[in-house]
Design a protein around this ligand. Structure first.
Ligand code: PEP
Length: 249
């Protein structure tokens, strides 16, 4: 049985005190989840949030990592540094990183490798923009994203990856993919993994849906056989909403 997961992505929200307060609320409320729960926080929150959530069912993710191991890269944060905070996951390839920070397939491939070398589990994001969906090109786009950055991995390495299908037109827009659109794409992604690594690896790959997933639509989205959970942006900033989404999984 593959892992079911609800992961939050706080993005560039919450100062340190606000972030700790949210983490403390979640610590109180998420006591016995029936799925893996992860929160993705800004870098500066990682160490104190990990400390606060030690021995709880909530794991912590960075939202990014450097594509270099170490050295003269002012302002960057390496996978090794992230792992040293106690974080266990790293979101890589979010559409905002691809679009605003020009992260290419090659850069993302390096980030995934460095995360794995440092025992961080990548949550690797893929998804098409609106124009690509309108042109019916969504399948070819996600295929290229997988081939460009993660299909170089061995089956063993790939087994440590969680995929997140996030149609860019649905992120932060209130436009959610329909349950049918999500299921269709997740099944297609799983078929690509099966073709590359075999059916067993494909059956064990966790594929999250992300894009305006909230406490109202989560249950319907998660009811699909190939939708293993969600990567949640806006709704992960409010404990009550995030907890409802966890309960829907
Ligand atoms: C995200 O940024 O990963 C995301 C899914 O955002 P939102 O839930 O706000 O659409």
């Amino acid at each position: 049985m593959r892992t079911k997961m609800v992961a939050g992505n706080w993005k560039m929200n919450k100062n340190l005190q606000e972030g700790l307060a949210l983490a403390a609320e979640l610590k109180q409320q998420v006591t016995n989840p029936t799925c893996t729960v992860v929160i993705g926080t800004p870098f500066i929150h990682l160490a104190p949030v990990c400390e606060l959530l030690k021995n709880t069912p909530i794991a912590v993710a960075a939202e990014n990592c450097a594509d270099k191991e170490k050295g003269a890269f002012t302002g960057e944060v390496s996978a090794e540094m992230i792992a040293s905070t106690g974080a266990q996951y790293c979101i890589i390839g979010h559409s905002e990183r691809r679009a605003y920070y020009h992260e290419t397939y090659d850069i993302l491939r390096e980030k995934v490798l460095l995360a794995l070398q440092n025992n961080l589990k990548p949550i690797f994001c893929i998804g098409e923009v609106k124009e690509e969906r309108e042109a019916g090109r969504q399948n070819e786009v996600v295929k290229a994203q997988l081939e460009g950055s993660v299909f170089n991995l061995s089956a063993e390495e790939f087994g440590k990856i969680t995929l997140a299908y996030e149609p860019v037109w649905a992120i932060g827009t209130g436009l959610t993919a329909t349950p049918e659109q999500a299921q269709q794409m997740h099944a297609y992604i799983r078929s690509l993994v099966a073709a590359k690594y075999g059916q067993t690896v494909a059956d064990e790959t966790t594929i999250l849906y992300g894009g305006s997933c909230n406490e109202k639509n989560a249950k319907e989205l998660f009811a699909n056989p190939d939708v293993d959970g969600g990567l949640i942006g806006g709704a992960s900033l409010i404990a009550e909403k995030f907890c409802s989404i966890i309960a829907a999984r």
